[in-house]
Design a protein around this ligand. Structure first.
Ligand SMILES: [Fe+2]
Length: 353
């Protein structure tokens, strides 16, 4: 699962820029094969636009990998020696990716024309390999990065090594399709001069990428790189993870919260409660949560209904504040006002199937 760009409170972390670069690489590597495949045989100007943009993206990837090889991997190895095998594997993958990049450069140099199909195939294969590599880094490195006492030099995804002028472009590219709330949070941690220039650089960047991508999904639009089922499962897993982070240290999880919240002020028959929460878990799982909360003295059975005890009411109130923060994170992840729209669209999807 790809780690979140921001922490639970919507603030950037030591891994935010690192993850922004990963996100932007995946986004554009999903576009390049399509753009090259759609390139008209005689459109030399468009071929130049695509290749120019490829050079900048390739430059960002090179900076990112160099920062990892030269600085980040060493810092992480010192902090977590158990990463030794993973870091060795990632270093080997860097070399393999470099070799694939050389083949792509050769094919792009022959555009436009007959080389387009081969260039698109190479770009597509590279996107798959890079995705696996980035996922391996995210799985093993980000947790350690977040525990480092000081952000490691270079973890800004190469931004630290880039020339001042290129930092503006790197920021515009990395944040190209971010929602406004996340963009504001990212800019809040930038040096003042970079943040000040960001809107102008972003406008110039948008002009360039609209010409490069033409009719492909562009800034502010989703690239449908994965099927809807994947996004639904991923969204649910991330909601679980956000709740787990919020409830860390408490003696319950998202399922326990759901039972407590369902019973707050509304005693219910056990069968009705199990049916109401059946969309999240099967009946045995809900029953087990109910039994667990009863054994802790947070809920009790009275007159054939389940209800909160005083301890349960206290726990539910304390958890409510935590859950509100998680909900705030969910709302902030979407453009302003789009949360109800998303829920309505999901309702329509469910009703229509
Ligand atoms: Fe890497």
């Amino acid at each position: 699962m790809t780690p979140s760009l921001l922490d639970l409170h919507g603030s950037p972390t030591a891994a935010t820029m690192f993850l922004l670069v990963h996100r932007a690489l995946r986004r554009d590597l999903a576009r390049f094969p399509q753009a090259v495949r759609l390139l008209p045989e005689d459109d030399r100007a468009q071929a130049e636009r695509i290749v120019d943009h490829w050079r900048r993206v390739r430059g960002a990837l090179d900076e990112h990998q160099a920062a990892e090889d030269d600085q980040l991997f060493g810092v992480l190895l010192a902090a977590e020696p158990a990463l030794s095998d993973v870091l060795a594997m990632l270093g080997t993958q860097h070399a393999a990716l470099d070799a694939a990049l050389a083949a792509i450069e050769a094919a792009l140099a022959e555009l436009p024309g007959a080389a387009a199909s081969r260039a698109a195939d190479l770009l597509s294969a590279f996107a798959t390999d890079l995705d696996g590599h980035l996922a391996l880094e995210e799985e093993h490195l980000v947790g350690v990065m977040l525990r480092l006492p000081e952000p490691a030099a270079g973890v800004g995804g190469g931004a630290g090594a880039a020339a001042r002028a290129d930092r503006g472009w790197l920021l515009a590219w990395g944040t190209e399709d971010l929602d406004p709330a996340t963009l504001r949070a990212v800019l809040s941690r930038m040096p003042p001069d970079v943040a000040e220039r960001a809107p102008a650089v972003r406008r110039d960047h948008e002009t360039v990428v609209r010409a490069v991508w033409r009719d492909l999904p562009c800034a502010g639009e989703q690239v449908p790189s994965r099927p809807i089922g994947w996004w639904l499962r991923e969204a649910d897993a991330r909601l679980d993870a956000a709740f787990d982070r919020g409830l860390r240290g408490r003696d319950t999880d998202r399922r326990g919260w759901q039972v407590l919240a369902s019973l707050a002020g509304r005693p219910a028959a056990r069968a009705d409660l199990v049916a109401a929460l059946g969309a999240f878990d099967g009946a045995p799982a809900v029953e087990a949560v109910v039994d667990d909360l009863r054994s802790r003295g947070w809920i009790e059975e009275w007159g054939g209904l389940l209800r909160l005890t005083r301890d349960g009411e206290r726990e539910q109130l304390e958890l409510a504040a935590i859950v509100d923060a998680v909900r705030g994170q969910v709302a902030a992840a979407l453009p302003h006002g789009d949360y109800p729209t998303l829920v309505r669209l999901l309702e329509q999807l469910v009703a229509g199937l």
